[in-house]
Ligand binder design. Structure first.
Ligand SMILES: O=P(O)(O)OC[C@H]1O[C@H](O)[C@H](O)[C@@H](O)[C@@H]1O
Length: 308
């Protein structure tokens, strides 16, 4: 039987990797965190708390699910996603870091979503399950300089995610990023985002820049827009009479993406008609930033859902 070491605070826990079922990692009177075996390449943490249920994959450092009590699931996850570490998981909140989009000869959206993160801290309290996971980079062949990402997650009736990047090198580091959230909706056409009206944006599909969003906008694909807007946004889902409010910090853009049915049918990790079930609204900074030597930067988002 294989085992993995989980470093939780000062303690290192040895957890047996089981070939089926779930292994208990931590429990309190308020909830449990278990390691769930998906296959021999992937396990994830399942969180069960008096206020919510959630799932977190250490591969990608990726939240896959969060369902506050009394609500439907908040994040979409593709049933055809590769769950074998060969490629990023399609759904939840992929971490696009340390770059957003395509770099010549490099994979799309950086390497954080393809990397295995370490569990650094886990607490089950009366109000939330709080988890810290980290990713320390070694010299990447095409990336200058080391950095550490510390992702602090709080699962409760509200979800919060904070990402701190520390530049561990003696030179400035460039970065761009997105918290690429796939929000589950009744249908992308029903999901409007009033906060984007009035913003200027770039349409990546048409290749046009500096357009002003004058009309109400929804998530119906194909759509791939970068909005220059640093404020909070709410997805109003008229089909489910539900609002998803996202309060972001230190992210100067929103990326709104849905592939639409033609592109989605050519994507082998999107289940049939899956694109009709989500809207990606990404707290992002798609332009290069420079992080000074030994400097740190923190970005984040807080997500609440409520009935309309
Ligand atoms: O297929 P992926 O690499 O996960 O990228 C999915 C999408 O992510 C973002 O939203 C980009 O703006 C899109 O251009 C891209 O197609």
């Amino acid at each position: 039987m294989m085992s993995v070491n989980y470093k939780i605070g000062m303690k290192t826990m040895v957890v047996q990797l089981v070939t089926e079922g779930k292994e208990l990692i931590s429990e309190s009177e308020y909830g449990t965190v278990r390691q769930q075996f998906v296959n021999d390449q992937l396990t994830y943490l399942t969180i069960s708390h008096r206020l919510c249920e959630a799932k977190l994959s250490l591969f990608g450092g990726q939240v896959l699910s969060w369902q506050p009590n009394g609500q439907q699931e908040v994040f979409w996850l593709s049933r055809k996603s590769a769950f074998d570490q060969s490629r990023p998981i399609r759904g939840g909140i992929p971490i696009c870091w340390p770059w957003f989009g395509l770099l010549v000869n490099e994979s799309s959206h950086g390497f954080a979503r393809n990397s295995v993160w370490q569990l650094s801290d886990l607490k089950i309290g009366p109000d939330a399950v709080n988890i810290i996971i980290t990713l320390d980079t070694t010299e990447h062949p095409k990336w200058k300089g080391n950095f550490r990402l510390t992702q602090t997650l709080s699962f409760s009736d509200v979800f919060t995610q904070s990402m701190m990047m520390e530049n561990l090198s003696a030179q400035p580091l460039n970065l761009s990023f997105a918290l690429h959230s796939y929000f589950k909706v009744s249908h992308p056409e029903n999901a409007t985002i009033p906060a984007l009206v009035g913003s200027s944006f770039e349409n990546k599909i048409a290749g046009t820049k500096q357009i002003k969003q004058l009309e109400p906008v929804n998530g119906l694909g194909p759509i791939d827009n970068i909005y220059y807007n640093s404020k909070s946004a709410t997805i109003i889902d008229k089909g489910w009479d539900r609002a998803i409010e996202i309060n972001k910090s230190n992210a100067s853009q929103w990326v709104l993406w849905n592939p639409g049915s033609i592109t989605a049918s050519s994507m082998d990790d999107v289940h049939q008609h899956g694109e009709q079930e989500f809207v990606c609204l990404e707290a992002a900074n798609t332009q290069w930033l420079s992080l000074e030597a030994n400097g740190a930067l923190t970005v984040g988002q807080e997500i609440k859902v409520y009935n309309l």
